[in-house]
Design a protein around this ligand. Structure first.
Ligand code: CDP
Ligand code: CDP
Length: 221
């Protein structure tokens, strides 16, 4: 039995992965996996349980026993809707730190693979094409220069009524990029067979179209 089709979209923060993954999934009628949400849920659960970010076995245990449910735009942690809470900056920073722990990544691996169901899945993250779905039908590595990404993030924050300084955002983004690319386990990197797509000068619609074109060129419909 052949497993369901998967398109993986990996890349650094604010390259547009989440937005583009949702639109590609909608165009194809597939499901989406926001793998970053699982790292954020692990972080939030650890914070709630008073487990420190440097307690590797403690955070791994939190990941192993995570009680989560995804329902459209809603995310539940032990029955509580935390869709809003997991987006907090503090939670993102904690997530980015504990994502380096092999025990945390191992605990989340099968949970991510369980999202692969017919007719197909669009999965976004850092290691979707390299570790979680190495046999994916199509792999995209979405990049954009760091200034473009910081400007996108600032616009996103302003729309939420949060003011943000571009220099601070740039500094945070460079730190997060370094942590993601330099860690020993599942570092952020394109798979050997990934299409590297630079969206610095592309609109969201153009980026989505480029991915749907790759999919068609690969002979899939
Ligand atoms: O998931 P990721 O952190 O990679 O990025 P995102 O949250 O999907 O996108 C970050 C922001 O960039 C969003 O506000 C998108 O609307 C915007 N964006 C853009 O302006 N142009 C693109 N080509 C892609 C995303
Ligand atoms: O908002 P941001 O793009 O920084 O992060 P996210 O995609 O929501 O994921 C939160 C954190 O989890 C990231 O900073 C990554 O370090 C980590 N992550 C990971 O290691 N592997 C994944 N497949 C997805 C996220």
């Amino acid at each position: 039995e052949t497993p369901a089709a998967v398109i993986t979209i990996d890349g650094p923060t604010a390259s547009g992965k989440g937005t583009v993954a949702h639109r590609v999934a909608k165009a194809l009628g597939w499901a989406v996996l926001d793998s970053g949400a699982l790292y954020r849920l692990t972080a939030l659960a650890a914070i709630k349980q008073g487990v420190a970010a440097d307690d590797e076995p403690g955070v791994a245990r939190v990941a192993e026993t995570l009680d989560v449910r995804f329902d459209g735009p809603h995310v539940y942690l032990s029955g509580v809707d935390v869709g809003h809470d997991i987006r907090r900056e503090e939670v993102g920073n904690f997530a980015s730190r504990v994502a380096a722990f092999p025990g945390v990544r191992r605990a989340l691996l099968e949970r991510q693979r369980a999202f692969r169901l017919p007719p197909g899945l669009v999965a976004d993250g850092r290691d979707m094409g390299t570790v979680v779905f190495p046999d994916a039908s199509l792999k995209v590595f979405l990049v954009a220069d760091v200034v473009a990404r910081a400007e996108r993030r600032r616009k996103q924050l302003i729309e939420k009524g949060i003011s943000a300084n571009l220099d601070d955002l740039l500094r945070d983004m460079r730190e997060r990029d370094a942590r993601d690319t330099e860690r020993a386990t599942a570092p952020l990197a394109p798979a050997a067979d990934a299409h590297v797509l630079d969206s610095s000068n592309l609109t969201i619609a153009e980026t989505v179209q480029a991915i749907l074109d790759f999919w068609q060129q690969a002979g899939k419909r």
